[in-house]
Design a protein around this ligand. Structure first.
Ligand SMILES: [Fe+2]
Length: 213
């Protein structure tokens, strides 16, 4: 069974004005779709891996045959990262976090504002394409990190609680080269309910919310 592009959980225009309709269409229908297509193409060479989840594939990249390792890293990562990304945003999102994630942020960063400043800074400083993350350990401890390309915290043994896509394809049509402006505005569409669910799944030991194939 091949991996499939999950549908957007809202309309292309739902995140306006923070993220414009044209960007959402391109990002989901072209970029994410390409990661899925290329992941499936790579796995055709090793059908025994087709039953694994994309998370399992990128968790231990050394276990992936060398001839498709790069393709799985980039496209499996792209599929996992984007599948998370659509869900951790929503129309009329944003505001201050609540619940367990609010407590974890306060404990590690002092305040939500300080956390946001550090997260945005890490996103600005990620050179070229990549992601900025709040990632967690099984213990519930959280940290900010950035990764290049489509690399996932999963490959470093960390759980991606949420992340923002800082590839130019995520913001260039509306924000041009003003990545800091995009990072600052993005908090208006963050879905804290979904992020709390993901954080709860980490703390309960059920690490991966099932990913649509
Ligand atoms: Fe992207």
């Amino acid at each position: 069974m091949a991996f499939e592009l999950p549908p957007l959980p809202y309309d292309y225009s739902a995140l306006e004005p923070t993220i414009d309709t044209a960007t959402m269409k391109l990002h989901h229908d072209m970029h994410h779709a390409a990661y899925v297509k290329n992941l499936n193409a790579a796995l055709e060479k090793h059908p025994n891996l087709q039953s694994k989840s994309a998370e399992d594939l990128i968790r231990d990249l050394n276990a992936v045959p060398e001839d498709i390792r790069g393709a799985v890293r980039n496209n499996g990562g792209g599929h996992v990262n984007h599948s998370m990304f659509w869900k951790i945003m929503k129309p009329k999102g944003g505001g201050d976090p609540s619940g367990l994630i609010a407590e974890a942020i306060q404990k590690s960063f002092g305040s939500f504002k300080d956390f946001q400043a550090k997260f945005n800074d890490a996103g600005v400083k990620q050179f070229g394409s990549g992601w900025v993350w709040l990632a967690g350990k099984r213990s519930g401890e959280v940290q900010i990190l950035s990764t290049p390309n489509q690399d996932s915290p999963i490959s470093q043994g960390l759980f991606p609680i949420f992340g923002n896509d800082v590839w130019e394809h995520a913001y260039y049509l509306k924000y041009n080269n003003r990545r800091p402006e995009y990072l600052a505005a993005w908090w208006n569409v963050v879905n804290w309910d979904e992020i709390n669910k993901r954080y709860a799944s980490l703390k309960s030991g059920q690490l991966e919310p099932a990913l649509a194939r």
